[in-house]
Design a protein around this ligand. Structure first.
Ligand code: ATP
Ligand code: MG
Length: 392
């Protein structure tokens, strides 16, 4: 008898007319993710996607782990398939969950019957199956509130299933169903979290990283690439566009008031990112800014930055504390990489006393002292692409 994975939708189930296009995108993502693992038959019915191995020896742990990272899936049931009969359910429960039934002290049975032609309703099925299990494992006690083990029986369209309850998955919306955006990715803690949060809302992502060699090192870039790799576990392919930023930064440093350096640099980054977004068909720019975290993240500074951006700037961390951000960073597996101590282009020239309330007029006046347009054009034209696939 076979094991199967049942992927349950999250929010897609609430969608109306365009639900089928969300489902199609999700199925496509699942197919792509399962491809390196083995042959699977993948089909859907009743807000569930069935992922069924078509050969022996498929690594189901790996398949399950891959699925847990796919946005659009709220929960997974890892189940044993059996015939739609009470006897088959009893045999499957004992065979599939026997070890765990032996070890547990308390259990309960939960049943669902979506095939109404099945002779027992779900209450009856739970009661009868519970009785059968107790007869085989007399040490067990039924515990409704907080059982050590749940035995779940589902009688559905195609077959019946036994599993031990749901495994939490990534939730959110399927990648690509909200369009495409570019995340400004530093090597820090915040921007990878921002990327994750917006990918979760269905955005297909690419990353833009500004690099200032020789002030920033190859190892700093390597760290950003590894972060892109971790993010691609969730978002799928992740192209990282690496922009040479040294000349622009040096020109700003040498020609403009130092207390305006940070805001001027951020405006330059925005304009370059906007150019690249056009090329990459991105509809928005994502940053990891959080209000009041540093001098460049005050309302006045954000206003000056946004004035340089044509596209909407999405800042999913704007209202979050650092501790909340770190919690997500750990959860998604970025934290240990993010805290490696390499320099970022933002920090190498940072003035001692950046202005927390820059005025747009003084910023524009400072910009008029440098030919930023041609520097930014050259930077945007000089990018290189690093691709990251991280499906296993
Ligand atoms: P992070 O933890 O993401 O590095 P931060 O708290 O260090 O953020 P800043 O250095 O002010 O804050 O950067 C704010 C945002 O600007 C970052 O979250 C990121 O989106 C973007 N950014 C900063 N440095 C770079 C870079 N070198 N390349 C691309 N984007 C950057
Ligand atoms: Mg940083």
């Amino acid at each position: 008898m076979k094991e199967i994975l049942l992927a349950k939708y999250g929010e897609i189930a609430l969608k109306g007319l365009n639900r089928s296009s969300f489902e199609a995108t999700l199925m496509k993502t699942i197919r792509r993710r399962m491809e390196p693992i083995g042959n699977f038959k993948i089909y859907k019915a009743q807000s569930t996607i069935y992922i069924e191995p078509e050969e022996e020896g498929v690594d189901m742990d790996r398949a399950c782990d891959q699925l847990r990272h796919v946005f659009g899936i709220a929960a997974i049931n890892r189940a044993r398939v059996c015939e739609k009969s009470f006897e088959a359910l009893c045999a499957a429960a004992v065979d599939y969950l026997g070890d765990r039934l032996s070890r547990a002290k308390t259990f309960k049975v939960e049943s669902k019957r979506s095939d109404k032609s099945f002779p027992l309703n779900s209450m009856e099925l739970s009661r009868e199956l519970g009785g059968y299990i107790l007869s085989k494992y007399p040490h067990l006690k039924v515990e409704i509130e907080n059982p050590e083990l749940k035995v779940c029986a589902e009688v559905r369209d195609f077959a019946a299933y036994i599993h031990a309850g749901k495994i939490e998955a990534a939730g959110g919306m399927p990648t690509g169903t909200s369009g495409r955006a570019a995340v400004m990715l530093s090597g820090g803690i915040d921007s990878p979290v921002a990327a994750y949060m917006m990918a979760k809302r269905g955005l297909d992502l690419c990353g833009i990283h500004f690099q200032s060699p020789p002030y920033t090192s190859e190892r700093a870039l390597d760290k950003v690439e590894r972060l892109a790799g971790i993010l691609s576990r969730y978002s799928g392919n992740f192209a990282l566009l690496v922009v040479p930023f040294t000349e622009t930064q040096v020109a700003i440093r040498d020609n403009c008031p130092s207390e305006l350096f940070t805001v001027l640099m951020r405006r330059s980054m925005m304009r370059i990112a906007n150019r690249l977004c056009e090329q990459e068909h991105c509809g928005a720019i994502i940053t990891g800014e959080s209000l009041a975290q540093v001098a460049s993240q005050t309302l006045a500074a954000i206003r000056c930055t946004d004035q340089a951006a044509a596209l909407p700037v999405l800042r999913p961390l704007i209202g979050m504390d650092k501790t909340e951000i770190i919690e997500i960073s750990r959860k998604i597996g970025c934290f240990e990489t993010s805290i490696e101590p390499y320099e970022d282009c933002c920090t190498v020239f940072t003035p001692k006393h950046p202005k927390t309330k820059p005025r747009l007029e003084e910023v524009l006046e400072a910009e008029s002292r440098v030919d930023l347009q041609s520097l930014e054009e050259a930077a945007a034209a000089g990018y290189t692409v690093r691709m990251k696939h991280f499906f296993d």
